[in-house]
Design a protein around this ligand. Structure first.
Ligand code: MG
Ligand code: MG
Length: 272
């Protein structure tokens, strides 16, 4: 059952989304060669608590940490360890927070130092697909329209779109209805209605879409050993159109990246 949120609830959810957005922004300045994942995990936990929130993933389904830390060939659900970051790595960091009874759930794939050109391209296309999916999250569309937009953009580059893991509704539960897959057919699936809040999160592999799981029971990685990327935003459907609740702006500010991708998105007219 899809739980429709009131405008007041959406404002609370915006605050939860901003807690995780700020946390990823804080981490952005710490993610560099030599950084210790467990140390960053503790920094993130403390930073979330300083904001009057609780880590959303810690203890959820018995997950042992605050961050999902998934370097290089890991797709999602990696566990932070003592393995220091190296120049040329990428790392997908997924972070959850619970505040005022609502979850924020937000992810970004970071570059560590200088990464290979083909890896940069994977990150760029995956992030583009996230915004294409978000643009399709509007009144008159269905879940399949969001899914198709993401899949089409990534498969056009020959990338593998992970199917076993999907985006989701978000609210007082971390995972609510509907599931938001990153593959699908236009015009199919549940209708999108005002008051829906979802996490849209393409998980895109440079090679095959096939996955495997580490023996730790958590980390999901690419079967072919090629890199994977993951970007996640929290989005509400308000007055017929998508509104971003989370923001990458804290990350861009920390990294000195000039980007108007979110402003562009907010100001553009989406044809319904
Ligand atoms: Mg997430
Ligand atoms: Mg999620």
């Amino acid at each position: 059952m899809i739980k429709i949120k009131t405008p007041e609830e959406i404002e609370l959810m915006r605050e939860s989304a901003l807690v995780v957005s700020r946390t990823l922004g804080m981490l952005a300045s710490e993610i560099k060669p030599g950084a210790n994942p467990l140390h960053l995990d503790k920094l993130a936990e403390d930073f979330i608590r300083e904001q009057g929130a609780e880590p959303g993933f810690l203890g959820m389904y018995d997950f042992p940490n605050t961050l999902n830390w998934s370097p290089n060939t890991q797709i999602v659900h990696g566990i932070p360890n003592n393995e220091a970051l190296k120049e040329g790595d990428i790392v997908s960091v997924d972070c959850g927070a619970l505040k005022n009874g609502f979850y924020g759930d937000h992810a970004y794939t970071f570059e560590v130092g200088e990464v290979a050109a083909e890896t940069k391209k994977l990150l760029k296309i995956t992030k583009e697909s996230l915004y294409l999916g978000i643009r399709a999250f509007k009144l008159g569309n269905r879940v399949g329209d969001v899914a198709y937009a993401i899949q089409n953009h990534c498969e056009a580059q020959g990338y593998g779109v992970v199917r076993e893991l999907v985006g989701h509704g978000l609210g007082t539960d971390l995972h609510e209805d509907p599931q938001m897959p990153n593959y699908g057919k236009r015009g199919r699936g549940k209708k999108l209605v005002n008051g829906m809040v979802v996490a849209i999160e393409p998980m895109i592999n440079m090679g095959s879409r096939r996955i495997k799981q580490l023996k730790d029971g958590w980390s999901i990685l690419t079967a072919d050993g090629k890199p994977s990327a993951h970007f996640e935003h929290n989005v509400a459907l308000i007055n017929g159109r998508p509104e971003l609740l989370s923001t990458f702006q804290y990350i861009y500010d920390a990294l000195g990246v000039q980007s108007n991708e979110e402003e562009e998105f907010r100001s553009e007219k989406l044809v319904t």
